[in-house]
Each structure stands twice: as structure tokens, then as C-alpha cells.
Design a protein around this ligand. Sequence first.
Ligand code: GAP
Length: 432
Amino acid sequence: MNDLMNKIVSLCKRRGFIYPGSEIYGGLANAYDYGPLGVELKNNIKNLWWKKFVQSRDDMVGLDSAIIMSPKVWEASGHTGAGFSDSLVECQKCHERFRLDQIDMSKSCPNCEAKNNFTEPRQFNILMKTFLGAVEGEKAVAYLRGETAQGMFVNFKNILDTTRKTLPFGIAQIGKAFRNEITPGNFIFRTREFEQMEIEYFVREAEWEKWFEYWLNEMKDWLKIIGVREKKLNFNDIMEGERAHYSKRTIDIEYEFPFGLKELYGLAYRGDFDLKNHFKEPPYKDADPPAGGGGEFWPHVIEPSLGVDRTVLAVLCEAYDDSEKDRVVLKLPPKLAPYKAAVFPLLANKPELVKLARKIYDDLRKDFMVAWDDRGNIGKRYYSQDEIGTPFCITVDFESLENDDITVRDRDTMKQERVKIKDLSQCIKKLL
Ligand code: GAP
């Protein structure tokens, strides 16, 4: 793995962001567990997204649909067929498998160097199968969802009936998706179990282009908010023939990861493909149908689709900074940082300092995630918080006992200023 990736993976393990999955049993390849800091970072990303795209808007509603749905859903959506398959070739010498689009068949095997020794390409469906029911013979095949999107399509009519939304409007969902990827890898970039944040935005066909542009700008805005610089992005308009089976236009938003320029998010125009496959009758009726009746149709859909884990990885890549000697800083946007502040008593063996620091810590915890550290010298405590991205460190010293103020040290500028204890919570809120 690339040097920067190695540093990020090692920091994630060492500080409790992301652990290799099932580690005590020798690990499970390409499976990861989010640790105490990782779950905070991931939740902050998901909560920010939900607030921006669901709670702050009149034209959006949320959903949390089941991971296991009727197999008929996946048959209707085209996912059980060739549409959700990868072409796979196998090296006949070392038996390593590759995705056809990721290797050059005219060259030797990237694993064992064998020449001209690949099998013919064959289709491999990546929906993950499971079995329902306890009694052998009665077990029914089902699938773990391959995208969160389908839960939103099959509930389209339920949502219309219960919310009285009119076009244009959208449904959003955050949740796990599963794919039997042939070549998972690059840490949390491509795994078989991952999380998505997806929007299905329903529009009239005549307006799809306008809304496609609109959602592209919304995605750009989101990337700015989470600290991903535009110069690290590439917008790849996917050619016909290379798009997913349901898509009439797709832009892949690619990010310059340490291992290359790769898809971070996708924006697709799915037309009426999904609603038409799920609903025999047009599921939408205009509130004021045209004279002479009618006004029933299948809305078209624009889909901004974002991977949560790829967001975590891009955010970590952007934030990681070891340009200063002996200091690693995660320059996370404060809104995403696991801890917003850390509180230190200057000396752990002075009960009066510990008592006041503890009170400040307990008060701040009512509003923010706050860390406590009373070990070692202050410099080491600062560096320890820098490495996990804590924006502010608060030190309680002897002056604090006299003047009711503390030192606030800024992660990025390393500047320190005295702030009155009574103003502290407000001050952090403002900086966030
Ligand atoms: N509903 C549309 C859809 O699922 P996709 O391009 O297949 O489209 C959308 O996936 C996003 O989900 C990707 O842009 C990526 O962020 C994330 N994603 C897809 N496969 C993934 C995997 N194996 N591991 C991690 N994230 C993945």
C-alpha cells in the first residue's frame, strides 16, 4: 500500500478509528470494524448529511427500510441478472480472480506473472444471497440489499399516501448495502459490506436535466462542507454502454485517493426505470389533472448516491497532515471531529485543579463530545489530541482558580487564549 495509506491505516488502528474485522480469529479479509473514534466520525458525517438533506428541507423525507426484502424486488429491478454482474477471469495457474475491466488480458497475471493463462470471462452476479427459514427444504433464497435505493422505490406509494408530497420531492435513506465484490481492497474503499447515503429525487421527465444539474451542485456543496478540496475531484460523465443498467446519464465524482483517482460518489438519472418495474399502474397523479382526465404517470428520478465509508476515507485523506516534524494533525472540519474539545487539569496531583477541570468537563459534555486527559505533560496531551483531530484543548491552571478563566488552544494555529469559564460553551459553539 502507498505510504500515506499505510500511515492512515496505522493511525486508524492505533487510535481506535478503524480495526481489522474479526482480528482475534486471524481476521476476515476486507472486513473492518469502526472503533470508538471511528463511530463518532462516521455518525457525525451521517448526521450532518441527514440534517442538510432531510431535516432542513421541505421537499425531502427519510426512510429506513429492511435490508432483506422480497426477492421479487431484485428481480424487478434487474439486479438478479446481468445488470448487477461483473465479468470475471481467473488465472489458471494461481487461481487468483480479477474483474475483467481491471486487468489487461494481453499482459501476464498481476499476481503470479503467468502469461496467456486466463480463463474465458464469465458473468458473476454480486448480489449477496442468504436463506430464510429454519427447516431444511423450506428455506427460501433471499438477498441482502445491493443498494439502499430499492427500499425507497418500493415504498414510493406508501410515502405519497402518508405525506401528501407533490413533485418534485425526494426520499433519503442511510444504511448498509452488500455486494459480493470480486476484488475488494484498499482498506475501507471497496468492501463487501458497506454503508450508503442515497437520495431518490422524483421529478417530471421534462425537468430532469435541470434537477440533475441542481443535485450535482448540491453534491459539490456537501464536499466543500466536509473539507474535500475541489482540486482533488474529477467529474467523469460516463459514456453510454458503461453506465449501470438503469441509468440514462451518470456522473462519477472521483477523488484522488492515495492509490489513484477513484469513484467517490455517483449521480445518476435513472429515468422511470425503477418505478415502472415495480408499479404496473402509474403511481403518481397530478393534484390538478388536465381537463379530460389523465394526469397519472411514472415520475422520473435523479439519484445522488454517496458511500459513507468512502466519505470517511476521503475525509481522513484530506485531514491527515504530518508536514511538521514530530507532529501529526488530523485537520478535520470541527463538525466532523470525534471530540470537539479536550479538558486537562494542568497537574493531576492537585485536587483543586482536578475538581474545577472535572466540573468544566461535565458541563461541556452536556452539549459536546469532550475528552478528558490528566496524564503526562501538557505538550504530549496536545499532540495526542491533534492526532485524533480535536479542535480545542482546554487547560485548567492555577490562574483559573483565581480568575475563573482557562486556556483554549487551537489545533490548527496552536495559538492559546484565555477565555472566561462562563463563556466557554458559547465560545466553542461559535467556533464550531
Ligand atoms: N444506487 C446506486 C448505486 O448503488 P453505485 O455507484 O453502485 O450506485 C454508489 O454505488 C456509491 O456507493 C459509490 O459511489 C460508493 O461511494 C459506494 N460503494 C459502492 N460499492 C462499494 C463498495 N464495495 N465498498 C464501499 N463503498 C461502495
